[in-house]
Every structure is written in C-alpha cells, then in structure tokens.
Design a protein around this ligand. Structure first.
Ligand code: MG
Ligand code: MG
Length: 264
C-alpha cells in the first residue's frame, strides 16, 4: 500500500526535515579526527529532542541509537561507539526525525581530514548519483528510471551498487512502500505519482557490490572491506520536477571551505 501524501502532510514532513537538517549540521561541527562516534549520537539526540522531535531510529526494530554511523567499509546501520574518528576515514551519518507524526530521513558522508583522491571521488560520485536519481522522481516516470540513473552513472565510474539495501517510502512510518532500489531498468517498475514521498539513498562501493551483516544483527559492511559511501534525501514526486524535502544547506554552511566539503 503506497500512501500518497496531501499537501498538508508534505508540509508537516518539511517541518520535520528542517529539524533533521539542523541536527545534521550540529553533528557536522563535531565530525573531526579525535571525536568518538558516540559523541555525535548524543549531539543529534539532544538537538532533535530540544526541538520537539523524536529520533526516528532510536528503538526502531530495537536499534539502540539516534544515528546510524557507518565508518569506511561499513555501508549503513553502524552503531555509534567508542571508535575515534581519524584522518583518512569517511563517516556516513544517517538520521531520521519524527515530528507532528511524520518522519524525514537523510544521510551524508563526510571525509575526515585528508582522504585519498580515490575515496574523495567516490563521495562526490555518490552525492551526484543521488541528485541524478532525484531528477527522475517525476510523476509519470517509473521507479526503474530512478535506479537506472543512479546505477548507470556510478557503474560508469567503476563503482558498484549495493543490492541488499534500498530506499523507501517515508511518512507516518519511517519505512513505507514502495522500495526504491538504486539499480534498475529504464521504463520498468511502478509508475511514480505526485505525492509519493520517497527516501532515495544510493549506497555505492569502491570494490565489490557484495555486503555482509556483522554479528550485531545491524552493521552492514562491504565483503572486501573497501570503502562505501551513502547520501540520502527525502523527496516528494511532483509533476515536472521532484521537490527535495530534506536539506543539506545547514550541513554545507558548516562544511564550506573545510576539508569536510563534498562537491556534487
Ligand atoms: Mg536514512
Ligand atoms: Mg532511509
């Protein structure tokens, strides 16, 4: 069952997404060498609750934290921990906010200090692929157009697309129908309709597309332990052009002219 959102509901998701974008920016100020990833989780949770929201992830299927923090070869669903970020790492910060009954969901991957050109290029390409996918999220096109745009771009650069994890509808539930794969065939899949609110979230690997789950039941890492990047926006399908409901603007005020910056 796919719930098409009313304009009133979309406005509520936008309010949630503003708190989410600002929570990300609070976290971004602490993304640097020497910081334990669990510190970032505390920052996010405090900001979200102080602004009337609920961290969507905390307690979701018993997930223990407000952020998924996924370092280097971890693709998604990493736990905040005592791990100390260091020069050359990359860290994906994935966050969700529930406010006024509606969720928003977005993720950003930061380079820590000096990362190799190979890794920086992966981050840039993953971020670009997100926008290429969003460009296809238009009323009348099909889900395969979104996935195909992402897949063809990143594979053209020699990267791979994770298959086991996909984007999703967002609304009163964090994860709703439909699934939003980051791969697919042009013109295939369900028809996109105005009012569908979707989290589009390419997970792109430097090496093999194959991933494994750690024994903690959550953490997903690449099978070859090569790095993986992840960017995510919550968007609404519109006629003519998708509307992005989440925002990286607050993050990018923090990262501008710093080594954290990822171009797209
Ligand atoms: Mg997310
Ligand atoms: Mg998501």
């Amino acid at each position: 069952m796919i719930y098409l959102k009313t304009e009133e509901e979309i406005d509520l998701i936008k309010i949630s997404a503003q708190v989410l974008g600002k929570a990300h920016a609070e976290v971004a100020q602490w993304v640097k060498p020497g910081v334990a990833t669990k510190k970032l989780d505390v920052i996010a949770e405090e900001y979200i609750r102080d602004n009337g929201g609920i961290p969507s992830f905390k307690g979701f299927n018993n997930f223990p934290a407000s952020l998924c923090i996924s370092v280097n070869e971890v693709v998604v669903h990493g736990f905040p921990s005592n791990y100390i970020l260091k020069d050359g790492d990359i860290v994906s910060i994935d966050c969700g906010v529930k406010l006024n009954g509606f969720h928003s969901d977005s993720a950003y991957t930061y380079p820590i200090g000096e990362v190799s050109k190979e890794v920086m290029d992966l981050l840039t390409a993953t971020k670009r692929s997100l926008y290429l996918g969003i460009n296809q999220a238009v009323d009348g096109l099909r889900m395969g157009d979104v996935g195909s745009a992402i897949q063809s771009y990143v594979e053209g650069k020699g990267y791979t697309v994770v298959r086991e994890l996909v984007g999703h509808g967002v609304g009163r539930s964090l994860h709703e129908s439909p699934e939003v794969p980051n791969y697919g065939k042009k013109g295939k899949g369900i028809k996109l309709k105005e009012g569908m609110v979707l989290a589009i979230e390419p997970m792109i690997n430097l090496g093999t597309k194959s991933v494994m789950q750690e024994r903690d039941g959550w953490t997903i890492r690449t099978s070859d332990r090569k790095f993986s990047a992840h960017f995510e926006h919550t968007i609404v399908v519109r006629k003519g052009k998708a509307e992005i409901l989440t925002t990286f603007d607050y993050i990018e005020k923090v990262t501008a002219n710093t080594s954290l910056m990822v171009e797209a």
